[in-house]
Design a protein around this ligand. Structure first.
Ligand code: NAP
Length: 258
């Protein structure tokens, strides 16, 4: 299917690896020029070089921390953008009783206030043009809390509330905002979460992955490529009537009717 977005320009945050990279690659495959970002310059340049070579699109790299004001200013200076994909690393796991006010503020800054600031920066330009797409990478924890990810449960719920209201205020100008909710995907983040299980329970990595896979009706972890393909469709010309939705990509792991 032609996604109808060839020649558009996208900012894909936190995209040198994992789900962000999957989104960047899928948008590039649809002919979208990219601004990619991550903190580590080497991995970012390597990802950008591969995408340029495979998809022949323009890719600008901005190595910086997207959760800082200076980082956001650096990526936004590369605008304007037709498409925004927000993303950043997830908060660390722990127990509800562990976290201090500073821990909560860090998580809220990274996973709620950063995507909100980016949307506030790009939405006026998209609305003036009469076309725009925003996809926020959030988490399954928005629909079904993950006990060890209380910081994520908290911060992402706040972002979800902001999107629910804002998406309906900008839709009339041809701009859609939706959230993609990953369940477990085979990325470095999953390795870190499984590594914590290995450490806590003294089991092998293979056993930790097998145990977690057994909780997923699809029987496996998701891939960054299939996550990216869903993101690219949400950014496509065909998705203009999908507004303010929270789309769960979890292989059926969340046992719910709706
Ligand atoms: P990942 O494989 O660890 O990749 C994270 C990417 O983000 C890397 O490119 C990393 O590069 C970049 N990054 C991290 N913090 C950044 C920052 N402050 N500024 C700029 N770039 C940053 O993670 P992932 O699995 O793709 O996860 C992406 C998001 O989805 C996370 O918020 C995660 O919590 C959430 N999620 C993932 C899963 C899963 O199963 N994978 C499930 C639910 C939710 P640098 O380190 O070089 O900056």
């Amino acid at each position: 299917m032609d996604l109808g977005i060839r020649g558009k320009r996208a900012l894909v945050c936190a995209s040198s690896k994992g789900l962000g990279r999957g989104c960047a690659a899928a948008l590039a495959e649809a002919g979208v020029d990219l601004v990619m970002n991550a903190r580590g310059a080497a991995a970012l340049e390597a990802a950008a070089a591969e995408i340029r070579a495979v998809h022949q699109v323009g890719v600008v790299t901005v190595p910086c921390d997207i959760t800082t004001g200076a980082g956001r200013a650096a990526v936004l200076a590369q605008g304007p953008f037709d498409i925004l994909v927000t993303n950043a690393g997830g908060p660390p796991p722990g127990l509800w009783s562990d976290w201090s006010r500073e821990d909560f503020l860090r998580a809220i800054d990274a996973n709620m206030l950063t995507p909100i600031a980016l949307m506030q920066a790009v939405l006026p330009g998209m609305m003036a043009k009469g076309w725009g797409r925003v996809v926020n990478i959030t988490s399954v924890s928005v629909k079904a809390p993950v006990p060890v990810l209380g910081l994520s449960n908290t911060a992402r719920a706040g972002l979800t509330g902001f999107v629910a209201g804002t998406a309906r205020q900008v839709a009339g100008k041809g701009v859609t905002i939706n959230n993609l909710l990953p369940g477990i995907h085979a990325t470095d983040r999953a390795v870190a979460l499984d590594g914590a299980v290995v450490k806590a329970r003294g089991i092998t990595m293979e056993d930790a992955i097998a145990e977690r896979s057994a909780t997923i009706p699809a029987g496996r972890y998701g891939t960054a490529a299939e996550f990216g393909a869903t993101c690219a469709f949400l950014c496509s010309s065909h998705a203009g009537f999908i507004v303010g939705q929270n789309i769960l990509l979890d292989g059926g792991a969340t046992n719910a009717t709706l």
